[in-house]
Design a protein around this ligand. Structure first.
Ligand code: NAD
Length: 459
């Protein structure tokens, strides 16, 4: 099972139309191409944001130079081009990615995203953030990410199923329950995970089929998913906000908040925070923005968004454009959509006390500086949205042990883990007199540095 890809920094595999099924050890990574010179691409790339954040922390803590070299690069990169037959009988080609950043702490772990903007640079950055996130949360996983470059809204359900299955087949043994475990991300969900599980299980030898249920997390409950996984990321965001409010001596009762992105993370965070007495006053998604100073009912908005494909033209609120949304005065802003939303240009628009990063990479390094100078608190993504991967870890454990935990147990364990991580980051920021993102990185990098020193470098 452990074949060439593990020993190589970068491999790109192209699956050609008509290619026969891979099997056995050949299923993992076929044709190799030379490694990229550096994972950082020209221009202002997302991976450069990660690198800037990483360098800031590595300098501050004087990270071992050898460990620094290793962590500055992704470990494996896979690109697959694959054909799928559409409903009209014609074939369409798709490009899918899986980047495995680091597995020093355990199997690679990270979501799959279906979006037109999915590209190698983005997936590299998201994979690295997963490494730091798992290390901050103290769970035994490394970091990976993947996806398909496409707009899923253009395809019917049967087409989406065939695209997903063919992608899972193309990934082959480059994913696996003890090797690399995907989960839902933007525009993917429990159904997509069930198709991946079924495809994976159907293409391994018969005696292995029942042992592979933990090849993905975020599955439907009946297919081996965990209760509480669907809301886990939003729940984790809310637990960290509660800790922040307690630290500040503030009550969430009557506080106002705004949310960007009303999918899994945004809508769960909004519903759970509202149940604690906070008031949702503005929401923006890809279709547009809505605002109501008296408060928006998050359940009602979700029902509307499900029927209409988004929050645009929600009747119980006024329409707002992007700038008006970002300028809305509120106590808390939860970005829960895409990366690079808070930039040097947009950060001055914000009129909030706290940014709680539900999304991955919503704030770029220029914006970090603006927020710091303006005294706006920030709970960084690698801490704030770690509830998803923490409960994915719980799902993986339950599958391995053939156990089913109830929601009380899942929530209590999530609460303990994420608040412990929160307090460590808070205390590290004070100890080093630095910002919370850098403090979280220092915690992650210290853990990774220790493991590399203990294990050494093969051979
Ligand atoms: P989702 O597909 O369920 O929802 C995404 C939302 O973002 C949608 O409402 C969409 O309309 C909105 N959106 C997309 N582009 C936008 C734009 N340009 N402006 C405003 N809104 C836009 O995705 P999700 O799973 O909720 O993920 C959201 C973010 O949270 C991503 O950054 C993801 O990586 C991160 N995240 C997700 C999880 C998880 O468990 N799903 C875990 C950790 C982090």
């Amino acid at each position: 099972m452990t074949t060439a890809i593990h020993d190589t920094q970068t491999r790109i595999r192209e699956e050609r139309s008509g290619e026969s099924r891979n099997n056995g050890s050949q299923r993992r990574a076929a044709a190799a191409v030379p490694p990229s010179e550096s994972p950082v691409v020209e221009g202002k790339s997302l991976y450069q944001n990660v690198t800037t954040q990483f360098n800031r922390a590595a300098d501050l803590m004087r990270l071992d130079p050898d460990v620094r070299k290793i962590l500055a690069q992704t470990k494996n990169e896979l690109v697959v081009n694959f054909p799928v037959k559409m409903n009209n009988g014609h074939v369409e080609m798709f490009t899918g990615y899986r980047v495995q950043h680091n597995d020093a702490l355990g199997p690679f772990k990270g979501g799959l995203r279906f979006h037109p903007d999915v590209r190698l640079d983005e997936v590299r950055a998201l994979a690295a953030w997963m490494t730091w996130k798992c290390a901050v949360a103290g769970i035994p996983f490394g970091g990976a990410k993947g996806g398909i470059q496409m707009d899923p809204s253009r395809y019917s359900a049967p087409e989406l199923e065939r695209i997903t299955r063919r992608f899972a087949y193309a990934l082959g043994d480059n994913i696996g329950p003890e090797y690399d475990i995907p989960a839902p991300d933007v525009n993917t969900n429990a159904q997509i995970m069930a198709w991946i599980l079924d495809t994976y299980a159907s293409t391994v030898p018969p005696h292995e089929r029942q042992r592979n249920i933990h090849v993905v997390t975020g599955k439907p409950i009946e297919a081996g998913g965990s209760v509480g996984r669907d809301k886990a990321t939003g729940q984790g965001v809310v637990y960290t906000i509660q800790e922040w409010a307690t630290d500040k001596g503030l009550s969430l009762e009557g506080m106002t908040f705004i949310v960007q992105g009303y999918g899994n993370v945004g809508s769960w965070a909004a519903r759970l925070l509202t149940r604690l007495g906070a008031r949702l006053i503005a929401v923006e998604d890809v279709t547009g923005g809505v605002r109501h100073p008296e408060g928006i009912d998050p359940e009602d908005l979700l029902r509307y968004a499900r029927v209409h494909g988004g929050v645009f033209r929600y009747p119980r609120g006024e329409f707002v454009d992007h700038i008006m949304f970002m300028q809305t005065p509120a106590d808390i802003f939860i970005p829960a959509a895409m990366e690079n939303q808070i930039t040097g240009q947009t950060a001055p628009w914000l009129n909030v006390r706290l940014v709680a990063e539900g999304a991955n990479g919503p704030t770029d390094p220029d914006a970090d500086e603006v927020l710091r100078n303006r005294g706006i608190d920030l709970i960084p993504d690698i801490l704030c949205n770690s509830g998803g991967v923490i409960v994915s870890y719980f799902e993986w454990l339950q599958n391995k042990r053939s156990e089913f935990w109830d929601i009380e147990e899942v929530d209590a364990k999530l609460h303990k883990r994420i608040t412990t991580a929160y307090r460590k980051v808070r205390d590290k920021a004070v100890e080093l007199d630095t910002d919370w993102r850098t403090a979280a990185y220092v915690i992650a990098l210290t853990r990774l540095e220790t493991v590399y020193k203990e294990r050494g470098i093969f051979p």
